[in-house]
Write a protein that binds this ligand. Structure first.
Ligand SMILES: [Mn+2]
Length: 219
């Protein structure tokens, strides 16, 4: 009789069920082409705030740069559009595409804090943004510009961008400027508050890394 000692096979490595935790890389690229605009947006929600932005709309590039820098979201935006008409389609469609990219990078929204809010003063202006990454698109907009233009940029378009972002990212977005005079400051304080609020809302929550933060179980 021969004793044989066999080594029991190692238990199979616990298979990581897809989607049971925050994905290691929260990045996405979305391309969107219409007769009016051609846009490519890449986001990395866990970035360092590096931006490569070229929309052809100088002031808008400056604002997207703020969004990236203060949101710690790496951002690549390439856009060409029918700017011989005006900047409207280009700004709105970048908002749409960026919203889609954020939604895709978030995946099933597991493990995120979900809520974020921020106050951003800029000189004489103070703006507040509150976000719920709820899956329910909604924009509340209480921002008044006294001037129609910042250079050649229509101040109306800040709201158009916010609306497109909220709808396509699937988030509730409340934006309010309490006071302010200079249109550049008002727009910039809105973008900076948006950046800080978004950063907080998409941040991983270490106390519940596996849970979708909703009593419904989905967002
Ligand atoms: Mn500025």
């Amino acid at each position: 009789m021969t004793d044989t000692v066999s080594t029991p096979p190692a238990p199979p490595a616990a298979a990581a069920a897809p989607g049971d935790t925050i994905p290691a890389a929260r990045r996405a690229t979305v391309r969107r082409e219409t007769k009016e605009t051609q846009i490519r947006v890449t986001v990395d929600l866990d970035g360092t705030g590096s931006a490569q932005v070229a929309t052809g709309v100088g002031f808008f590039d400056h604002m997207l740069d703020q969004l990236s820098r203060h949101g710690l979201i790496d951002l690549i935006v390439e856009a060409t559009g029918d700017r011989h008409i005006d900047d409207h389609h280009t700004v709105e469609d970048v908002g749409i595409t960026l919203g889609q990219a954020v939604a895709r990078a978030l995946g099933d929204r597991r493990g995120i804090r979900r809520y974020g809010e921020a106050l951003a003063p800029m000189d004489e202006t103070l703006s507040r943004v509150a976000i719920d990454i709820s899956g329910r698109p909604f924009l509340v907009w209480r921002v008044a510009f006294e001037k129609e233009k910042i250079g050649s940029f229509d101040t109306d378009l800040v709201r158009e961008f916010a609306q497109a972002l909220a709808i396509n990212a699937g988030m509730t977005l409340h934006v309010e400027t309490f006071y302010g005079v200079n249109a550049h400051h008002i727009a910039e304080s809105v973008f900076k508050a948006l950046a800080r609020a978004l950063r907080a809302a998409v941040e991983p929550d270490p106390r519940r890394p596996h849970a979708v933060p909703s009593t419904k179980g989905s967002l």
